[in-house]
Write a protein that binds this ligand. Sequence first.
Ligand code: AMP
Length: 426
Amino acid sequence: MIKSVRGTRDLLPPDTAQWNFVEAAARDVFRTYNFQEIRTPVLEDLSLFQRSVGEETDIVSKEMFAWQDRGRAESEKGQWLALRPENTAGTVRAYIEHKLWERPGVQKLFYIGPQFRRERPQKGRYRQFYQIGAEAIGPPAAGSESPARDAEVLEMLATLLDRLGIQDWTLQLNSVGCANDRPRYHQALRAALVPAVAKMCDDCQRRAVTNPLRVFDCKVPEDQPIIAKLPSIADYLDDSCRTHFTEVQRILTALSVPFVLNDRLVRGLDYYERTAFEFTHGSLGAQNAILGGGRYDGLSETLGGPRAPGIGFAIGEDRLILSLKETAEALAKKPDAYLAPLGPGMNAEAAKLARDLRHHDLIIELGDESFRLKKSLETASKIGARYVVIVGENEVKADAFALKKLSTGEQVTVPRAELAARILSA
Ligand code: AMP
């Protein structure tokens, strides 16, 4: 038997009702903040992620699904391709490729789709997982750099989580500085790491040299006491980053969006500058981050585009669903009625009636004229239909149908023209 690949899974009904519920709520909330959908390819050039997410990050150095494609000629080697591990890089690539900066204002784009990382699968962590994300990006003159954009995005997330009935979330907030103050902070980090690094894990020994900020991504328990004593980025922010961060906090406070400051939060991607954040949720155990994001003011230039500051986030949809209170059963819709054609020639009559009823937005399941009534009633009850409508020769002649309510067994005869209203009413 061929099975689904490790770290991937099938989403089946009724569970998909939860996914649709979450996605519909996200689309609804994003719309009111004037975000519009973008769909980028799952396949991208590998170098897109090497240059944006960063070669030293776990995502690119360890978790990428990447391979060299065949060239046009049989013998020729082709392009290096990757399954996207996240969607910000692809969105910014599209922003540059289609010159979206020529459109007025800040581009507010959202996406919903699968992402791929070769991680060790566990609860809440998959190799194919789904993100719902959004990006607000544009020329500085359009206001894309403003702390008001950060606050707007964060408040939108709080609104979405509230709308989904997800309580007990914590917004963890940090500023990771910018190109201007990073060198001083890197220097301080390197200096602080000198006496300790020999005792740290192999990854940290490498990171300490190549990209010291990535030391904060380390999950090795023995390294944590050393990491806890490293200098705080908050002490190294330059004036403009500090003012920006203070203003983000001020607006959030004015909007009554609660947050906690966490100066160890750097997020595992290189492109973040200034604001970085995560929403965590207590019920999720080790994989407790429902979503993460931040500002990436230099990303467009890194990818060869114009200056285009931006801020965005990605919600881990798989994890969001784990923290949802609504059960799949409660969200999944059951048929309003099961039509039971009785006897030869009745399939066409039942199909006609089903068509009328479906025009009234009713959910209709159809039996088959070869079924005995007993079988139809049993099937209708198993699939959770509310009513059974019997479509036999006599009913068709009279243009009135036997309508049986399954919860009570009560049966009445209802003229065709009144059937939909009758089913809708109870
Ligand atoms: P990131 O793109 O790393 O900033 O992650 C954003 C969010 O995506 C995280 O907070 C998680 O909720 C989710 N996420 C990241 N990796 C995985 C994974 N392997 N499986 C499930 N969700 C993930």
